[in-house]
Design a protein around this ligand. Sequence first.
Ligand code: SF4
Length: 305
Amino acid sequence: MEKEIKRNCKKIQSEKAGKTQTETKLSDKIKPESVTDTLNTSKKKTTTKTKISISKIQRFSTADGPGIRTTVFFQGCNLRCKWCHNPETQSTKSTFLTFCDERKEISGKAMSVKEIFSIIKKDVDFYEISEGGVTLSGGEPLLQADAAKKLLSLCKQENISTIVDTAGAVPFENFLKVLPVTDLFYFDIKASDSKKYLSFTGGDFSLIRENLIRLTKTGARVEVCVPLILGVNTDASSRNKIANLLKTAGINDIILLPYHKYGISKYKALGRNYEFERKKLTPSSVIEKTKEFYRQKGFTLKTRK
Ligand code: SF4
């Protein structure tokens, strides 16, 4: 498998060679002086024995940001989105899955920062060639912000690009902890108002809204991810409210994610009911209309690849 990936990497490398000189690696784009300072300090402070509760580590991921990435899925989330496709990551405790074919999996084990980083480092050549890196996802990585910071600091010391994928429902101090060592935030906006947020995710929209606005004010690079779900956020009123929030926050980049049901088998494996089992998938006509709406409002549509 590695040989095949190396071949693909060479292809990517030759394609990249044709790009303009203004294009740089993610890690080069955001490196204010304060970041370098913090890195120098955090070198001394980093304790690699610190444990992180993780669900799994996925190497060679191509759907969690640019290039080839290692995605670390954190265990534990404080939201309960009705469409969640990673329900095994929600509990802070270890979770056991038994699939129809008798396959068993455990989500949730404690690994030290050092152990996780040793896995990340294995693919450093691939990150370099493909302009990839590391993505912290979950679950909610910012519920373990101190440990996440330690892991991200090690990545930055090795010049590995870093992304934090968050639903934003955490105290703002948690953002501040990882800010100096995060190149890009993927920030989910799942609904357009407090009522819908509470009903579909259990989350506090006012906290999430405020965090988004405060985060962009720090100068952090942020792309907002919106899962397109009928009855939740694809109607005209919801689209307008989300667009207004993004304008207020000064966000230009948006990632629209079509809703899928890939997580159904996991609910069954967990012995849980999937509330959105009968939910209609978002028709392509609605997806196209929504894309056109955000484009016309002046947003840049990005992908997570
Ligand atoms: S924030 Fe993500 S991990 Fe948490 S419940 Fe929602 S979709 Fe699932």
